[in-house]
Design a protein around this ligand. Sequence first.
Ligand code: PLP
Length: 397
Amino acid sequence: MTTKTNSRTKLNKIISERASRLSPSGIRKFFDLLQKMEDVISLGVGEPDYATPWHISEAAIKSLEQGYTMYTSNSGIFELRDLTCRYLKDKYGIDYKPAGEILMTVGVSEAMDLAMRAILNPGDEVIMTDPHYVAYDSCVILAESKPVMVPTYPENNFAVEAKDIEAKITDKTRAILIGFPSNPTGAVMTRQKLLEIAEVAKKHNLIVISDEIYARLTYGMEHTCFASLPGVKENTILLGGFSKAYAMTGWRIGYAVATKEIIAAMTKIHQYTIMSAPTPAQVAAIEALKTGESDVVEMVEDYNRRRKFIVKGLNEIGLPCFEPKGAFYAFPSIAPTGMTSEEFSEKLLKEEKVAVVPGSAFGQCGEGFVRCCYATSLADIEEALKRMGRFVKKYKK
Ligand code: PLP
């Protein structure tokens, strides 16, 4: 009699290979260290220091008081889908139908995972920038596919060139993933550069997943929505959310818009894994879209003041920093200290109690840089710069 040995027992492994291949987020490691310390100034966490504007929270509280605590439709409350589509139309002139072309998700995080699982087959390749947001390559790996990196550099303002993307295309390439304004660099893309990527995507019939979670956080330049470029809407999965613009990270609400076919596939996975985005969060998002515009404008003005202050300060203390035009991150070079980004971040935390994130957490090209989130008070930024200045002086080569 032959015994069936399943490959898992053979490998004597409980954890799947897919999960084993993921590296723990380099950001989390620093949060864990940080939690054990007192008086730390954190430029680490990538989220607004504001609480959600009260009228937004209040709308959700009222809905709970009225007993509105059930599941919603898998796609999300119709009014929210309708308002989001109208918002995209007003802001960028693009038409998506609230019935079938939009899905409300548990943040862009879920939308990203769904997008990958809906379009990728094992062995497919997805082209993305290095450095990139920590979840991008992991979502591709979880879909049993391969992330393919296009290096970006400060000399180019961390923008990505269409020709560099095109050079990475193989017969396995299925999609291009772009995320601008960028986490971790704060880079933005000009309309012209995005048009060139759109041409490459059309020429090679590739899907573009565009993570535009920081779309509202740009300084001195208008955001170009990728899906609004001529002839590329059919190829695009546009991801957006409420976390950053409305200071709603903990509510966990975002969305994906795309063709009916793609949204239907994403909705199937969402239906079996999530069911529906949190109901109170959807109610809060409705309020945000209806009455939250002035809050966004006010917060963006404030981030801009902090951005100018930190970029100037970092350059003055001897950490060269290119000018980020979006999101709320500065990404200075730490080359003058001769340390690796992990070494720099760990020493800075231990010796001066300032938390930053090592650039290596965002890919190989992030080495030699650290991410400083300036969504914190000006007073804290000022004190952090003072401490970092002392640190750089001590270790400068
Ligand atoms: N995309 C980028 C580039 C991010 O920086 C983040 C969060 O930091 C996310 C997606 C996840 O956002 P959400 O809170 O909508 O899941």
